[in-house]
Every structure is written in structure tokens, then in C-alpha cells.
Design a protein around this ligand. Structure first.
Ligand SMILES: Cc1ncc(C[n+]2csc(CCOP(=O)(O)OP(=O)(O)O)c2C)c(N)n1
Ligand SMILES: [Mg+2]
Length: 334
């Protein structure tokens, strides 16, 4: 497991990270309330994975790098500039949703201006996409990195092996982070993967594999930062395994009581980064009760305003259904 060092970590940055993690959590919690009250159709959660996602986002350069996120990456897309309001518009499937204009399920992130690659529903398809962007960056001699994420269950798909092998062979500037939350829907880790860790798979692709505590945003920040430096120095790709735990059911349509003990969930929540990171910040005198309250109030207001805006926003017009689906040609004047 990679070690945490607070060297070069400013209090200011650590607080910004905390605020973003908290924002991701509160957006997610609000979405569950909206779903259970019949206002939005679906939620797929980031809860338990915020530290890994936000730690990674801070280590990348969100003004030049490309990210190919997977459906749980609310923290990562916030870090790459997607607004709370935009995420809520997507949850309500409204016309103004930047991801798909309200056409796709939530969690299918995509925003060109922030270099968030759009993804499709079959898991792991984002890996070859990210590797392709990294190949283009290398060919164009651009000093940028591409960052792609997926779940540990998805690391059994062919796309993962093909993508990482290609990246290894061609020494491409791509960082792959597997968010190991111990489950693929109802299937626990030991029924999914034969190796003890995901990170050890890296040796087959000729790249370093790093295992990191995904509840520790500073540790994740450091391993991603190091991987990014290697990428832009022409030293090639890295595989990172962030060890987390999925706090919610797979999605709002799943009931996890059918396949895991709630005691196990309770135990995992003792390491909840939203709580443990706040404690660490307080121990380091970077956070006190008053500041914590200020951050909570700010985040609550953002989530409330975004919810209100998105709920009131219009749906897409029926006549726009085929927009962006088929090429639009000039119908001619006759
Ligand atoms: C190719 C493909 N097979 C199956 C599915 C259905 N499916 C959606 S999410 C998921 C589980 C993925 O588990 P994991 O990769 O561990 O990610 P997690 O949801 O745990 O974050 C499955 C099987 C899919 N979307 N695509
Ligand atoms: Mg999983």
C-alpha cells in the first residue's frame, strides 16, 4: 500500500479537497432522497469512493488533461469542472443537462469543454477510448495525461486487457485507476478476480502497479501525481488500484440486503473518508468546528439551489428527440 506524506500539501488545498468530497457526498445523498420521493428515476452512487475520485482530480491538470470517467465518478467530474447544477439537471433528465440533454441515464458523464470523454453503458469501453486519446497526445507531442477509471469487476473485461497492453507496448501517457469497492453488483471480490490484488496485473502489461488506500485523498493525490509526472516525462502508463468500499446498494434499483451483511457495511463506514479526513484536518489544525460548519452550509446551499433549478427546468422538446442521433442535413429550399 502506498504511504501518505503531507509534505507539499497546503492547508488550503486540503480544505478544497474536503469541500469537494463533501459536495459529492451531499449531491449523491440528495439524489437518493429525490429518487425515493419519486422525483428522479435513477441513482448510481459515489458514496465511499469520494476520496479516491477527488484526490485523483486534484493531482491531474484539469485545464489540459482528459478524463474518461465511469458512472460512479461524481467527485472526479466535479474536479474537472462539471457544476452541481449540471449534475442535478442530468438527474432530472432535463434539456439543459450537458451530458446528454436528458437522454441518458445519470452517471453517463460527458462534457467536451472540460475534456470529460463521453462513455457508453457497456462497462470498460472507456479504457480503449482513453488509450486512444493518449496515443493521439503522444503522436502530437502534447504534454498531457489521460486518466481513466473503472470498477474492479470491470477489470475482467477484454477491453481492460487490450487497452492496458496496447498502452504498455506503446508507452502511452495514460493512467488507469481501478476503484476497487469490493463488489460488482452482488458479486464479491473473491468471486470476480483470481489474483489477490488488481494492481499486480500491471506487470503483465509492463507498467508499474500501485495499490493505495482509496479512503485517503492525500495518498491517492500523491500516487496519481507521480503517475502523471511519469506520463508527461514519456515514461509511460501506470495502473493504480484505489481500495474503497461501496456504501450504498449498486444502484437505486438494487437491494443489497439480499447478498451482503449490513454489519459489513457498518464496519466499512468506520473508515468513511468524509469523517476520517475531517478528523485528520482537525488534528493538523487545518480545520475547526466553525470552518467545518461554514463549509457544510456552503455545500448545502449549492445542493439546494441546484435541486430547485433542475426541478423547475424544462424537459427536452419532443421534436428534439432525434437531435444528435442522425446527421442533420440541409433539407433544401424546394
Ligand atoms: C459489458 C457489460 N456487462 C455487464 C453490464 C452490467 N453491469 C453494470 S455495472 C456492473 C458491475 C460492475 O462492477 P464494478 O466494475 O466492480 O463497478 P462498481 O459498480 O462496483 O463500481 C455490471 C455487471 C454492463 N453495463 N456492461
Ligand atoms: Mg466494484
Amino acid at each position: 500500500m502506498a504511504q501518505t506524506s503531507w509534505e507539499n500539501i497546503s492547508g488550503e488545498m486540503a480544505l478544497e479537497m474536503f469541500e469537494m468530497m463533501l459536495l459529492a457526498r451531499k449531491i449523491d445523498e440528495r439524489m437518493w432522497l429525490l429518487n425515493r420521493s419519486g422525483k428522479i428515476p435513477f441513482v448510481v452512487s459515489c458514496q465511499g469512493q469520494e476520496a479516491a475520485q477527488v484526490g485523483a482530480a486534484f493531482a491531474l491538470d484539469n485545464s489540459v488533461d482528459y478524463v474518461a470517467p465511469y458512472y460512479r465518478d461524481l467527485g472526479l467530474v466535479l474536479g474537472f469542472g462539471m457544476a452541481t447544477k449540471e449534475l442535478m439537471l442530468s438527474a432530472f433528465a432535463k434539456a439543459e443537462d450537458p451530458n446528454s440533454g436528458g437522454r441518458q441515464m445519470p452517471g453517463h458523464f460527458g462534457q467536451k469543454k472540460n475534456r470529460i470523454l463521453t462513455g457508453s453503458s457497456p462497462v470498460t469501453t472507456q479504457v480503449p477510448h482513453a488509450v486512444g486519446v493518449a496515443l493521439a497526445a503522444k503522436m502530437d507531442k502534447k504534454d498531457i495525461a489521460t486518466f481513466v477509471t473503472l470498477g474492479e469487476g470491470s477489470s475482467n473485461q477484454g477491453d481492460f486487457h487490450e487497452g492496458l497492453n496496447f498502452a504498455g507496448v506503446h508507452n502511452l501517457p495514460v493512467i488507469t485507476m481501478v476503484e476497487n469497492n469490493k463488489y460488482a453488483i452482488s458479486v464479491p471480490y473473491d468471486r470476480q478476480v483470481a489474483s489477490e490484488t488488481i494492481s499486480e496485473r500491471a506487470s503483465s502489461y509492463g507498467m508499474p502497479g500501485v495499490r493505495v488506500d482509496g479512503n485517503d485523498p492525500i495518498a491517492v493525490y500523491q500516487v496519481v501525481k507521480e503517475a502523471r509526472e511519469r506520463a508527461i516525462n514519456g515514461e509511460g502508463p501506470t495502473l493504480i488500484e484505489a481500495v474503497t468500499y461501496r456504501f450504498t446498494a449498486h444502484s437505486s434499483d438494487d437491494d443489497d440486503r439480499a447478498y451482503r451483511e449490513q454489519e459489513e457495511v457498518k464496519e466499512a463506514k468506520k473508515k468513511d473518508s468524509i469523517i476520517t479526513f475531517a478528523e485528520t484536518l482537525k488534528e493538523k489544525n487545518m480545520l475547526n468546528e466553525a470552518k467545518e460548519k461554514e463549509i457544510h452550509d456552503k455545500v448545502n446551499k449549492l445542493v439546494n439551489d441546484a435541486t430547485e433549478y433542475a426541478e423547475e427546468a424544462p424537459y427536452a422538446a419532443p421534436e428534439d428527440t432525434l437531435k444528435y442521433v442522425y446527421e442533420e442535413r440541409d433539407k433544401g429550399g424546394e
